[in-house]
Design a protein around this ligand. Structure first.
Ligand SMILES: [Zn+2]
Length: 892
């Protein structure tokens, strides 16, 4: 498709040469402050060219008209660009526009010749003036179906159509021709013609609408100067609710949109409450109240990401709307994402990074701020415990992988902007930002952030502008901090090494280690907690010793009469970014006594330490499992239950994958699923715990009794008092039946699909098909994934990838291994990177043994042409596979 247009563009250029004094012909470059770089004819924008263009044009405003008619594939657009040409010294100005049909280009009231290559329009500067220019481009644009650009979605059951924009980092030019880079900020005037029953949502509230037969014409006022990647245009027959946020003089109209088909499942009160709580915090924290008038939130169908901070019209994934009741943890996740996106309104949308290399700061800051907000004005108990289990653990995990990297990296083009977007950029970035207020003082941090907002509002910045403001407010130089944390990869571990004489502590050292590949040892302040335990009474903290450790070994001073502790935790209160390894004595203490530590935050870290100990092979899989089975039933914290139940799902996977080597694992698997089922029965009715146990049971179900239970529940022959078996849970039961090839699985699945022919029903119907242990079905699906381009939407493919080979079906995976590997090669060759990456991410090792590792290494060798992000997924699989092999060996 692109290559055809390519040759057409060349042909047009040759014609032009004959007629004009060739705009395409090489021409002497006039002298100027910057040489004109050659622009790559590609899907991405290079930093070098963006830098040149930022010096070439400025003072930009857009008048954008879009007409959405009945066409399923195209829309009509016109954009009038006003800009100043700063140095009329280059041959061309280029305007980004992807895969469209250009109809006319008018420069300063005269039609002009132009070239278009499917990626950008080139206009010879001889048609322009030094100073102000007006350029109008009429074109026909294409809707996207991959979630990026201007996405069009049609609901299969109702036929309703919805469109939404999703532009970061370089997809706004799929909607309209413009200068698509974050440091060319512009104001926007928008008007849209759309079907009369639709809502049209953008950065401002509309000035008015006018009926035009079957259509309505929406007119929006001029926006502030913003980067194009956050310019929003969402439209469709949305259902919506509205409410005002009022605080003193300040009034912000709030609206919440969802497609009609999901409206009944939205807990509107939660959305508005969480939004108001976030405004309470951010309006005060940033020193300047929200500046963009209204605030809309749009739950968008077939949305690829969690959410996106489009200016005053944030988009959210539909997974935030659950058809079952929500646990506190799930409600907190929603509050967190609402808050994260709102933080971007200031940090990112008002003050914007100059280039994508500082995207990490944008995301890390919003991640950190959302937890700060939750802990200040939110309604949840312990948001920082969630930060510890979700954000910090993600960072620790990623930082120990062979694929880890420094937080700050150069980004040569927009194609690479998201290549390293992972637990390092989000998780580690947010974790090290969290250290900063401790390091420079909370008030200084806040003052620095406020000054940063004040000095750079509506402008662009780099990291040094941010650290400069923090240094100025605190008087502390941040150069060393930047070098140590942002420019060096790798995670350190610490362990307490202590000895006692009689009943007194005689020596205490902190031992620091680093991974071989990243040998940097760091210096950090920690708080060492010393505890004693006696039978049937809570752990007693006998000392908390703040220490600045550095190097391999740090000797710790302590009062001479300190009692010999039973347990030491060297990162009390989670001050440091470091993984804790428990010493052997403390680990043994914990096995028996974890529940005697009454502090929830500390206990959260202790549970994590036991999981880490198993992954580090300090304890065996059986030891870990028996520890959990003995203690989890009495655990009161839902947060801990939630995070431990995720670890139990991995445990079950390990048990399936190592089965070939060890017969006793079948027994352990059954023990785990029986345990989950029993706890589900014992859980208090209608409690969060009951929901968490249900979710765990459906994931670890492995025996024929489990299949029978699922069948009985589905048929309504049994119930779980207090738990409603709603539509989403019924699908979970059907996954169990299908995975186990139950006699009635297929028939019951079809009946269910008739009853739930919704978008979500279709995803689950596909999942049920993919999970069936049937070679022919799986082979057909693999073939479809590889060769049948238009058969599945993005979300459907993802659902199939996820369910195709559960750990219980490694035998089938082995049989189909050549097809599984060929499918990856086909995706690498023919499909967009995101799909290949998702497939690679869901790939499973066919066993925890050396042969399987070898075959994966072979696949990596054969995938050298793949995008680095796909190879990265494979390398992570290989490293995790190695760990699985080691766990299996440790067990025998
Ligand atoms: Zn974000």
């Amino acid at each position: 498709m692109i290559s055809t247009r390519y040759s057409q563009a060349k042909f047009a250029c040759l014609l032009l040469l004959a007629i004009l004094v060739g705009a395409c012909a090489p021409k002497a470059v006039k002298e100027g402050p910057q040489a004109e770089p050659k622009r790559a004819v590609a899907k991405y924008l290079e930093q070098d060219y963006a830098r040149f263009r930022a010096a070439q044009v400025g003072d930009i405003s857009y008048k954008l008209s879009i007409k959405i008619d009945q066409s399923p594939s195209h829309f009509n657009g016109s954009n009038t660009i006003e800009f100043t040409l700063k140095h009329n010294n280059a041959r061309f100005v280029t305007i980004d526009l992807y895969d469209a049909e250009v109809i006319a280009v008018i420069a300063n009231n005269a039609p002009v010749k132009w070239q278009y290559n499917g990626f950008f329009i080139s206009l010879a500067t001889e048609f322009l003036e030094e100073g102000t220019n007006t350029l109008t481009i009429n074109y026909k644009g294409k809707y996207s179906n991959d979630g990026m650009g201007f996405h069009r979605y049609q609901d299969a059951a109702t036929g309703n159509v919805y469109v939404y924009s999703n532009f970061e980092p370089f997809y706004a030019n799929r909607l309209f021709p413009h200068f698509d880079q974050p440091d060319l900020k512009a104001s926007y005037e928008l008007d849209v013609v759309a079907p009369k029953a639709w809502q049209v949502i953008s950065a401002n509230s509309e000035l008015g609408t006018k009926r035009q037969g079957e259509y309505a014409h929406w007119i929006f006022p001029k926006t502030a100067r913003i980067p194009s990647y956050i310019f929003p245009l969402h439209a469709g027959p949305f259902h919506y609710w509205q409410k005002d946020y009022v605080k003193g003089e300040l009034r912000i109209p709030l609206r919440l949109f969802v497609r009609e088909e999901l409206a009944e499942h939205v807990i509107v009160e939660d959305w508005f409450n969480f939004t108001s709580q976030s405004f309470d915090f951010f309006n005060e924290y940033f020193g300047e109240a929200y500046a963009f008038g209204k605030y809309d939130q749009v739950i968008a169908p077939d949305f690829r990401w969690g959410a996106m901070e489009n200016l005053a019209a944030v988009t959210f994934n539909e997974s935030f709307v659950k058809r079952s009741s929500k646990t506190q943890a799930e409600r907190q996740r929603l509050a967190n994402v609402i808050s994260h996106e709102m933080a971007h309104m200031w940090f990112g949308n008002t003050v914007t990074m100059r280039w994508w290399n500082d995207l990490w700061l944008n995301e890390s800051f919003a991640t950190y701020m959302s937890f700060l907000q939750l802990s200040a004005t939110g309604e949840f108990q312990a948001p920082w415990d969630t930060f510890y289990t979700n954000i910090k653990q993600w960072a620790y995990w990623e930082d120990q992988l062979v694929t880890t990297h420094p937080i700050e990296l150069p980004v040569a083009d927009t194609g690479a902007a998201f290549a390293n977007f992972d637990g390092i950029t989000y998780g580690k970035g947010a974790s090290v930002l969290k250290q900063l207020p401790h390091y420079i003082g909370e008030d200084n941090f806040k003052t620095g952030v406020q000054n940063y907002m004040l000095s750079h509002a509506y402008k662009n910045t780099e990291l040094k502008d941010f650290t400069h403001e923090l240094s100025r407010s605190s008087g502390i130089d941040l150069d060393q901090w930047t070098k140590r944390w942002l420019r060096k990869a790798g995670l350190n571990s610490i362990r307490a090494d202590f000895g006692c004489e009689g009943r007194k502590l005689s020596a205490l050292n902190i031992i620091q280690t680093a991974e071989k590949e990243h040998p940097t040892l760091r210096s950090q302040k920690i708080n060492i907690g010393l505890f004693t335990l006696s039978s049937n009474s809570p752990a007693e903290q006998i000392a908390a010793i703040p220490v600045h450790y550095s190097g391999k070994k740090t000797r710790v001073e302590f009062p001479s009469e300190t009692v010999c502790p039973d347990f030491i935790y060297p990162n009390l209160d989670d001050w440091a970014f470091v993984q804790v390894k428990l010493d052997e004595r403390s680990r043994e203490t914990l096995k028996e006594s974890i529940l005697w530590f009454y502090d929830d935050s500390l206990r959260t870290m202790l549970w994590q330490s036991m999981w880490d100990a198993m992954r580090a092979m300090d304890i065996s899989l059986e030891e870990y499992l028996s520890f959990v089975l003995a203690n989890l039933p009495k655990e009161e914290s839902n947060q801990i239950l939630d995070s431990t139940s995720k670890q139990l799902q991995y445990t079950q996977d390990y048990l399936w994958l190592t089965e070939a080597k060890s017969g006793q694992f079948a027994k352990l698997r059954a023990q785990l699923s029986e345990f989950a089922w029993k706890q589900l029965q014992l859980a208090q009715q209608a409690s969060d715990k009951q929901q968490i146990w249900f979710d765990l049971w459906v994931k670890v179900a492995s025996s024929s009794s489990d299949t029978q239970r699922a069948h009985t529940l589905l048929r309504g022959k049994a119930t779980i008092p207090g738990l409603s078996l709603d539509q989403d849970r019924r699908w979970q039961l059907l996954i169990i039946l299908n995975a186990a090839a139950h006699n009635h699985a297929q028939q019951l699945t079809e009946v269910e699909f008739k009853a739930d022919n919704s978008d979500r029903g279709r995803l689950m119907h596909l999942a049920a098909k993919a999970v069936r242990p049937d070679t022919a079905t799986k082979a057909q699906l693999l073939d479809d994934i590889a060769n049948n381009n238009d058969k599945f939407k993005h979300a459907e493919l993802s659902s199939i990838h996820q369910h195709l080979f559960p750990a219980s079906q490694v035998q089938l995976l082995r049989e189909l291994l050549p097809e599984v590997h060929q499918t990856l090669q086909a995706l690498i060759k023919n499909k967009e990177v995101e799909i290949a990456k998702d497939y690679a991410h869901q790939l499973r090792l066919e066993g925890c043994d050396k042969e399987s590792l070898k075959s994966l290494a072979g696949l990596i060798d054969n995938s050298k042409n793949a995008d680095p992000s796909v190879i990265k997924q494979l390398r992570i699989k290989h490293q995790e596979g190695g760990r699985c092999v080691a766990i299996a060996e440790r067990t025998q």
